[in-house]
Design a protein around this ligand. Structure first.
Ligand code: FMN
Length: 210
């Protein structure tokens, strides 16, 4: 029986570039001991393979732990009968990271193709927090209109749009800027160095790849 005070977050990973964002998000949610319900769309699985070299949704690798952590629970994208497909399953918010234009459109139209879309619709109807980490550029007018629609429905569009004023020295540090802002939106504690202090923090020595 999970601790009732444990935060519970639903994570959807879709087929937009930026699998590193998803991995860092999962690692930080697990580190914060958040009960994390993960769904990866079929194209999301392709991105995990293409960008992270994962042949499957390997929970240990994604979480950066020696074994799959008990607080990370995977659901199959085809399983629209999963717990998270129902509004009676209570959680503290859902994040789609990265979020494709396809999934943005599916959320805007209410036309679910898989469990991520269904869980997102449910999150909106239950008036819970939904964060969509959209990644595409440039934007079509259709994307822009879909962003307006989901925002009016209560979602937060948080584009995968890193800042550089913390002078990141690695790809992980770039990703952590976006992930840290998303954790803030979901009220998940973290100690990432992403806060603007009023001045540029001098960077340490650059870590060039060997
Ligand atoms: C390698 C690769 C990269 C892609 N990158 C993006 C992207 O950054 N943004 C996007 O909106 N779609 C991207 N797509 C297209 C989506 O994967 C495609 O629209 C798919 O239908 C999304 O399905 P899903 O939303 O169910 O994951 C990419 C596809 C591939 C194969």
């Amino acid at each position: 029986m999970p601790n009732p005070s444990t935060q519970r977050i639903v994570v959807g990973v879709t087929g937009a570039s930026g699998a590193l964002y998803a991995a860092r998000l999962i690692q930080l949610l697990v580190a914060a001991d958040v009960e994390t319900h993960l769904v990866v769309s079929p194209l999301g699985q392709r991105l995990l393979r293409d960008e992270l070299g994962l042949d499957s949704v390997d929970l240990a690798v994604l979480a950066g732990t020696p074994a799959p952590p008990p607080q990370l629970i995977a659901h199959h994208a085809k399983d629209v009968g999963a717990t998270i497909a129902s509004g009676s399953f209570r959680h503290d918010g859902m994040i789609v990271c990265p979020c494709s234009s396809n999934t943005l459109g599916a959320v805007a139209s209410g036309n679910a193709q898989h469990l991520i879309h269904r869980a997102a619709h449910v999150t909106l109807k239950e008036r819970r927090k939904l964060v969509l980490v959209h990644r595409e550029m440039p934007l079509s007018l259709i994307d822009i209109r879909n962003m307006q629609t989901v925002t009016e429905a209560g979602a937060i569009v948080a584009p995968a749009n890193p800042g550089f004023y913390h002078q990141p020295q690695s790809l992980e540090a770039v990703a952590d800027f976006v992930v840290g802002r998303c954790l803030d939106l979901l009220d998940i504690p973290h100690d990432l160095n992403i806060r603007w202090s009023g001045k540029i923090t001098p960077a340490g020595p650059r870590k060039d790849p060997a």
